[in-house]
Ligand binder design. Structure first.
Ligand code: 3HC
Length: 311
């Protein structure tokens, strides 16, 4: 590495500046961003599947329209993020090969089944709520294209969270069965959402460097705590109980204490052995293969257009 270039890069990072695609950057910085942004994009694309299953089963035309809009947004976020990652020199094919081969990660949270309609509301409220916590600081990421992509993504995420919470509010004014359905979904998703923020800071190999580079602005544990503190009052308004007997306000800390997360279960899921990992990956591979004709047609059309323009 040329020391003058490294010094200029360090000075830019220390001054909280932005690194742009054409700027020199250490290979390790580039590699970290390709890893994080591509896995973030994979998470958005795979994230379409759990709730996508409910588009044809939504209880009303209004809910169906909202859900279609949300799932379509997630697909857009994925394409946005793949484009941001491509500015670092990786290709779409490379990233998709990483996902389809099982080598690349995507957010653990999408490897659980959506058993009832209440899951769709809980995913909006808790999963998208957690995603907002995790994505807002990324709007200040040192890498320009990623930070700018996050500004647009975060605006749409807040719609995702609100529509989920509103759907649950409606169910909580319904029958006893509907209320029980919501509580059951909260019981199944709550702990998985806490784990979604990533391992405890002490067990996070990437955090220290990510924070030095201004990629990770807030630590996993701090975001997790922020999410718990923000969600407890929302659960009260909703009238659901969060499934953690150790969850209680700690005046001294000015935060809620909460119980132990099952990290073995988390790593099992991250490493491909969750309830739906195989199904999610098979669905993505099938969709990609069945979409080959679209890619061929688009390339053929582009080649014809180019040939015409040369005449
Ligand atoms: N699921 C799967 N893998 C996870 C994970 C999770 N929830 N949390 C951490 N990991 C992985 C990391 O990717 C890393 O593995 P790798 O080195 O092979 O990539 C390993 O566990 C150690 O974790 P670290 O905390 O050391 O890793 P990071 O510093 O990269 O932090 C992260 C992990 C907080 C997920 C960070 O990468 C990040 O902020 N990523 C971008 C945001 C993102 O992906 N958000 C969640 C999905 S987006 C979403 O929810 C869609 C919304 O529309 C619902």
């Amino acid at each position: 590495e040329d020391p003058a270039l490294q010094a200029a890069f360090d000075a830019r990072i220390d001054a909280d500046g932005r690194i742009e695609p054409q700027d020199w950057m250490p290979e390790a910085y580039r590699k970290t961003l390709v890893r994080q942004i591509s896995q973030h994009a994979h998470s958005e694309i795979v994230g379409m599947l759990p709730e996508g299953n409910w588009i044809s089963r939504a209880p009303s035309l209004k809910r169906k329209a909202i859900l279609i809009a949300k799932v379509q947004d997630e697909g857009g976020h994925g394409l946005y993020l793949y484009s941001a990652a491509e500015t670092l020199g990786t290709s779409r094919d490379q990233m998709l090969e990483g996902l389809h081969s099982g080598r690349a990660k995507y957010s653990s949270i999408f490897n659980y089944p959506t058993l009832t309609w209440a899951d769709v509301g809980v995913i909006g409220w808790l999963v998208d709520g957690a995603a907002i916590m995790n994505q807002v600081p990324l709007c200040r990421c040192s890498y320009g294209p990623y930070a700018r992509a996050m500004v647009r993504v975060c605006k749409e995420e807040s719609f995702h969270q609100r529509q989920g919470y509103e759907a649950l509010l409606v169910m909580m004014t319904g029958t006893a069965e509907q209320k029980a359905m919501v509580q059951d979904a909260v019981n199944r998703w709550w702990w998985k959402c806490l784990a979604m923020f990533g391992p405890p800071d002490a067990d996070s190999p990437n955090s220290a460097q990510g924070m030095r580079w201004g990629i990770k602005r807030v630590s996993n544990d701090e975001l997790r705590q922020k999410f718990v503190d923000a969600t407890v009052p929302q659960a009260k308004v909703l009238g659901v109980t969060l499934p953690d007997p150790d969850l209680k306000w700690n005046e001294e800390r000015g935060h809620h204490d909460y119980g132990q997360i099952d990290w073995n279960e988390f790593w099992e899921t991250v490493n491909g052995n969750g309830p739906c990992n195989k199904e999610r990956l098979a669905t993505r591979v099938k969709a990609h293969n069945e979409g080959q004709w679209v890619r061929d047609a688009a390339l053929a059309h582009a080649a014809k257009k180019q040939a015409r323009s040369i005449k």
